[in-house]
Write a protein of this length. Structure first.
Length: 460
């Protein structure tokens, strides 16, 4: 009886990719019973008997967060890694002061306009640990009626002997420790020790992280789009197979990307994201780039109506500087997952076949389409400047028993035969904006077309 399945059952059923969406209220239940998890599911004792946990995130509702833990786990130690400063840090501290078991750790944000955007859970159990990398803030609204992505690691057992490295073929453990070390915070030392003392060899994804800084020399390729380029040029697809395959970017916010499509989008970010094995740089043609970003109507007709656009902060000020971007846009369509009306707060990137049946790689991350998140090259490309903390995981076919590409589908019933089908969050092929469609802009009033609730949008 599928209604009595434990979260552990739901987890087991969705292997080997372990890439879930969050449950969405008020859609047909069949879209929530397979391949979907709530925060309560992730924290449930069926996933492990918790000893302590650590949340890296951008927004926290502490009272709500604690209510997502099973009652027996609500007194266990919790470390929250945040980026709040000044008055909002004071507010977070006072909210946390009601809970003796909660400790706060502020991530340094030394470069202006950077955010602590990373969304990760470290879960220490009685007999092991898990890592969860996702896209949802720790507030009720992010887990209610939005499309969010969640990668849940295997259960990592303790190392049998401390001389073993306990890393995977993807270097997951070393890369995770390198990411955490970048915080340079003594409050994270216990978690570094937990990770060091566990066997992460079963991890089958690559870590792609960003940390604020001006990264040069040996550090330049550790982060952002240069890390993605490094992994793809070492272990990515053969150019012979994928040179005509489009890149799909899908995100919920957009930064200022420069005066034209060539400057950063195609000739910097594009050359990294489209690189193939053994290439120095990729070549991304405009016709081979699809950017899935919610249209005004995607938001207007969403389950939340215009309010759903509150987490899609693309401003008219930024958009008006880059009218050349609209040519790349496609709508958010997710009929296969029952989530066409669940506003996408998820961020994903992929290289897919023209017919949309295969992917050469897939990535879920906190990173939106911005220089702040992915980095921008400076000083004659000698340094990569990144403003924010970001974290994502990259799925490569060879880690899942596939030679060159995964079969992919957003229609979960298409679990065909032997080779595993990667569960896409959105439908392919991408559906470009129709005539009259425009991207959602958070600060532009909409007085002529009522939303799901008959309301207009009158931004403050
Ligand atoms: C300026 N702060 C944010 C901008 C965009 C996003 C997003 O993810 O779209 C978030 C977030 O929700 O973490 C914060």
């Amino acid at each position: 009886n599928i209604l009595n399945r434990s979260p552990q059952n739901v987890y087991q059923e969705f292997q080997p990719f372990s890439f879930f969406l969050t449950k969405v209220a008020d859609i047909p239940q069949k879209f929530n019973t397979k391949g979907a998890m709530s925060l309560k599911d992730i924290l449930s004792n069926s996933m492990g008997v918790l000893k302590s946990s650590c949340h890296f995130n951008f927004m926290f509702d502490i009272k709500w967060l604690m209510s997502q833990y099973p009652a027996d786990f609500r007194k266990l130690p919790v470390l929250l890694i945040h980026g709040e400063q000044g008055r909002s840090e004071t507010d977070l501290k006072s909210e946390a002061s009601d809970y003796a078991n909660i400790t706060l750790c502020r991530a340094a944000l030394d470069i202006p306009y950077g955010t602590h955007h990373t969304k990760m859970m470290l879960l220490l159990y009685e007999s092991g640990m898990r890592v969860v990398i996702h896209t949802a803030n720790l507030i009720d609204n992010d887990w209610h009626q939005k499309t969010q992505g969640v990668w849940i690691s295997p259960f990592f057992p303790p190392l049998k002997n401390s001389s073993d490295k306990g890393d995977s073929t993807t270097g997951f453990k070393a890369d995770l420790l390198q990411y955490i070390a970048a915080y340079r915070s003594i409050k994270l030392t216990p978690w570094e020790k937990h990770i060091q003392s566990h066997d992460l060899s079963s991890a089958n994804v690559y870590i792609i992280g960003s940390v604020p800084g001006r990264h040069t020399l040996n550090n330049k390729h550790n982060w952002g789009h240069l890390k993605l380029k490094k992994v793809l040029s070492e272990r990515g697809p053969d150019s012979g197979l994928v040179k005509n395959w489009p890149v799909i970017g899908q995100f919920s916010s957009i930064g200022s990307l420069g005066p034209n499509k060539e400057a950063w989008l195609l000739n910097e970010w594009g050359q990294s994201i489209s690189v193939c094995k053994s290439e120095q740089n990729g070549t991304l043609l405009p016709s081979k780039l699809n950017l899935i970003f919610p249209s005004l109507d995607n938001i207007r007709l969403s389950l939340e109506g215009y309010n759903g656009g509150g987490c899609v902060p693309y401003s008219i000020k930024t958009a008006s500087k880059q009218p050349w971007l609209v040519q790349f846009f496609s709508q958010w369509v997710s009929e296969g997952r029952g989530r066409s009306r669940a506003v996408p707060h998820i961020k994903t990137y992929a290289r897919v076949s023209p017919d949309g049946s295969q992917a050469a790689w897939f990535m879920v991350t906190s990173a939106n389409l911005s220089k702040a998140a992915w980095g921008s090259l400076e000083k004659d490309k000698s340094q990569l400047m990144i403003r924010s903390y970001e974290l994502g995981v990259l799925f490569l076919p060879q880690c899942f028993g596939c030679k060159n590409a995964f079969n992919v589908s957003s229609r979960l019933e298409e679990v065909v035969g032997t080779s595993p089908v990667f569960p896409l969050p959105y439908d392919l092929p991408a559906q470009t904006y129709q005539k009259g469609d425009r991207p959602w802009l958070i600060d532009v009033p909409c007085m002529d077309k009522p939303d799901t609730f008959g309301t207009m949008w009158c931004p403050p």
